[in-house]
Write a protein that binds this ligand. Structure first.
Ligand code: URP
Ligand code: ZN
Ligand code: ZN
Ligand code: ZN
Length: 502
């Protein structure tokens, strides 16, 4: 029993079950070794008593932006990953972003890996943002990256410095089908956004609120339908990131009903925040800049309800933070949008912080006796097990079962926090100066976070116990399709028609 650790008396929650109370979790060498009751132990066995609380797998946040070149006042690896473990997330997948001028992605990947090495409190991996998918990169470098455990890419349909046209999107999708990497897509129609933005600007409408006006839902709907069509044509699985629009979500739902492998992600901001937040307050109208993100916050509470339905009914495969912070009160942060007293939303860095609050915000509505919006199992699927499967971490992350990494969130016993927990910037661990969820009350918070058998967060005794060398780079395998299947016929195309041109 050397080096063993037990978590005692818990309500164990996995993607499929909530086990009877009183289960014990045995941990050895950083892995789950056994589950049972009255497990054997000796004097050297370290014990954590969960006191009958829920225990869920460590969070897998498959969409965070740490230390990217385009957000100099956002989180670096130390502050971002520290914030992750304080909120129960033990794995993050961040981005390495290719510049359009780069003909090779190897220096970019090397640089981003160097930024994280020895500076992460949690385990981590990278998605490659492909902005210039040259034939050499696709044929020679992508196989190399896959062999190094970087098995996913993100493509943008908007943002001038990042976006790809349809022919580029098609080419990447076709090589994804051949090489087996996972493709994430930011789906918004770029021309709609730039046309409206130019016209708003000419009319003098440049306050943060107009950010939402400039990116209407129809821009998301159109791009979503388009990328689903391109994915269907090429027979390639995709995941559409940070979805915020009901009609776009219905496009995904319909595709899933036809068994197409179309996955979708939504984020806390699209469940909890409305565009009125962009209006700021009487004292500081520019404060709305804090909530500028893309897609933008939507106008109507019914929009939030629609996203909650997608959470409950299985349309969404992942619930990620899209943690993309910029410091508010800083000339190089959100204040880039305020110059000489004039507000220009176009210059405000996009994104909100949320890696630490993601799990508590969703857990608040999971498995409640009253007004429950999702089951506890669904909570685990969305926040941990399904992102692990989709991004090639199955067997290691996202489950509490023998052989998996011992990454756990031990919540407070439900009776212990009668008043709930108030979300306050002063209690958070990220490197920016605000949270959009200030003052919101959630019913629970991770009491302990365990990373590969090590207690890295103890909310009641010392807070952060881990260090920035605890996290390791995850050599991911190829992801697996969670929804639908490939190899289907396309309506209106002859069976095998694709073979003529593939
Ligand atoms: O507003 C956002 N989400 N900014 C981060 C970049 C992205 O598109 O995910
Ligand atoms: Zn995006
Ligand atoms: Zn993002
Ligand atoms: Zn500074």
């Amino acid at each position: 029993m050397m080096n063993a650790l037990f978590v005692l008396l818990c309500f164990l929650v996995t993607a499929s079950d909530v086990l009877a109370p009183g289960i014990e979790i045995g941990i050895k060498d950083g892995k789950i070794s056994c589950l049972g009751t009255s497990l054997p132990r000796d004097a050297s066995t370290e014990i954590i008593d969960a006191k009958g609380a829920y225990v869920t797998p460590g969070g897998v946040d498959s969409h965070v932006h740490f230390q990217q070149d385009n957000s100099p006042t956002g989180d670096n690896w130390v502050t971002g990953s520290r914030s992750a473990i304080a909120g129960g997330t033990t794995t993050v997948l961040a981005f390495a972003s290719q510049l359009k001028t780069e003909e090779s992605v190897i220096p970019c990947i090397t640089e981003y890996r160097t930024r994280a090495k020895g500076r992460s409190f949690c385990d981590y991996g990278f998605h490659l943002i492909l902005t210039n998918p040259t034939p050499t990169i696709m044929s020679t470098e992508m196989p190399l990256l896959i062999s190094q455990g970087i098995t996913s890419v993100k493509l943008y349909m908007t943002y001038e410095p990042l976006k790809l046209g349809d022919s580029q999107l098609l080419n990447v999708l076709m090589s994804a089908r051949v090489l087996g990497f996972t493709t994430m897509v930011h789906a918004e129609n770029s021309d709609i956004i730039s046309l409206i933005t130019n016209r708003l600007e000419a009319a003098g409408h440049t306050d943060p609120y107009f950010h939402a006006i400039s990116r209407p839902q129809i821009a998301e709907n159109e791009a979503t339908y388009r990328i689903i069509s391109l994915a269907e044509l090429t027979d390639t699985p995709i995941l559409i990131v940070h979805m915020s629009s009901e009609i776009a979500m219905e496009h995904v739902r319909k595709a899933q009903t036809r068994m197409l492998p179309i996955h979708a992600e939504t984020c806390p901001q699209y469940l909890f925040l409305l565009s009125e937040r962009l209006k700021g307050n009487e004292k500081d109208k520019f404060e709305g800049a804090k909530c500028v993100c893309s897609p933008p916050l939507r106008h109507d509470p019914r929009d939030l309800e629609a996203m909650w339905r997608g959470i409950a009914n299985g349309t969404f495969t992942t619930f990620s933070s899209d943690h993309a912070p910029s410091t508010y009160d800083h000339a190089g942060g959100k204040k880039l949008g305020l110059k000489d007293g004039i507000m220009r939303y176009r210059n405000i860095p996009n994104g909100v912080p949320g890696v630490e609050t993601r799990l508590p915000l969703l857990f608040d509505f999971a498995g409640r006796e009253k007004d429950s919006r999702l089951s506890l199992q669904r909570f685990v699927q969305l926040t941990s097990s399904d992102p692990a499967k989709l991004y090639g971490l199955e067997g290691t992350k996202g489950n509490i079962a023998p052989g998996y990494d011992a990454d756990l969130v031990i919540w407070h016993p439900e009776a212990e926090l009668e008043e709930g927990v108030v979300i306050e910037q002063k209690n958070l661990h990220h490197g920016v100066d605000y949270t959009p969820y200030e003052g919101m009350i959630v019913r629970n918070w991770p009491r302990y976070t365990i990373l590969r058998g090590k207690k890295v967060w103890d909310r009641d005794n010392g807070g952060i116990l881990g260090t920035q060398v605890d996290g390791k780079f995850l050599q991911r395998g190829k992801g697996r399709i969670v929804v639908g299947k490939t190899g289907q016929e396309v309506k209106g195309m002859l069976a095998g028609e694709r073979d003529y041109w593939y």
